[in-house]
Design a protein around this ligand. Structure first.
Ligand code: PGA
Length: 252
């Protein structure tokens, strides 16, 4: 049985005061929740220590939105290593978010190298995969997500993926209010699971595959009801504690 995970990707949002308020609301709200899925928030790097501090002894873990591909400290301006993230209290890190791929030119190979470094450093990577609208319209969805996944499998080996989580995020559904239908999402999730199962049945069956892209309290339950959707990666709605916790409850 796979335990669902709901992670809130705060992207580049927040300020000290806004983050403090959001963390208080999350800590209070989650205290009344029993059971539920695994939960995490992924603030901008600067707010990770505050989040780790405030959420200690709650059911909500903390993660980062990226991780360096290098293990050792050194001349890598602008990067943060897995060791540093771990020391700051992170359990998870995103790799390959479509905004990193599209806006900052991260290649499949760099995403794979970041994923491998996270795993070596004891951080659980949440590896994001997804096609753009033009790729979907050209019928390339399956080829694109398999290519993105293959690069990661090539870098860490199929058994290396045991410590990872995948997130399918169709780019056309991110921040657009346009969600993939449960059936559209399920089809890609099943494809990804089959890809992994062919290489290792245990890894394939055990892999948590999250859906991301305009998940809201009112559409979460029907997405999470699909057999191969194991939780969600939540952007906009994760900036509101009530909305985020409602989505978490839908995954419980
Ligand atoms: P969204 O973002 O929920 O605002 O669509 C999801 C994501 O980019 O992870």
């Amino acid at each position: 049985m796979r335990k669902a995970l709901v992670a809130g990707n705060w992207k580049m949002h927040g300020s000290r005061s806004v983050v403090a308020e959001l963390l208080d609301a999350l800590a209070d709200g989650v205290a009344d929740m029993s059971g539920g899925p695994d939960m995490a928030v992924l603030p901008p790097f600067l707010f990770v220590p505050a989040a780790a501090d405030r959420l200690t002894d709650t059911a909500i873990a903390v993660g980062a939105q990226n991780v360096c591909d290098q293990d050792d400290e050194g001349a890598f301006t602008g990067e943060v290593s897995a060791r540093m993230l771990k020391e700051a209290g992170c359990r998870y890190a995103l790799t390959g978010h479509s905004e990193r791929r599209a806006l900052y030119g991260e290649s499949d190979e760099l995403v794979a190298a970041r994923t491998a470094a996270a795993l070596r450093g004891g951080i659980i990577p949440i590896v994001c995969l997804g096609e753009s609208l033009s790729e979907r319209e050209a019928g390339e969805t399956d080829a694109v997500v398999q290519r993105q996944l293959r690069a990661v499998v090539d870098a860490v080996g199929i058994s290396g993926l045991a410590g990872a989580v995948l997130a399918y995020e169709p780019v056309w559904a991110i921040g657009t209010g346009r969600t993939a239908s449960p059936q559209q999402a399920q089809a890609v999730h099943a494809l990804l699971r089959t890809y992994l199962r062919k290489r290792d049945a245990v890894i394939g069956d055990g892999m948590r595959i999250l859906y991301g892209g305009s998940v809201k309290p009112d559409n979460a339950a029907e997405l999470f009801a699909m057999p191969d959707i194991d939780g969600g990666l939540i952007g906009g709605a994760s900036l509101n504690a009530d909305a985020f916790l409602a989505i978490c409850r839908a995954a419980g």
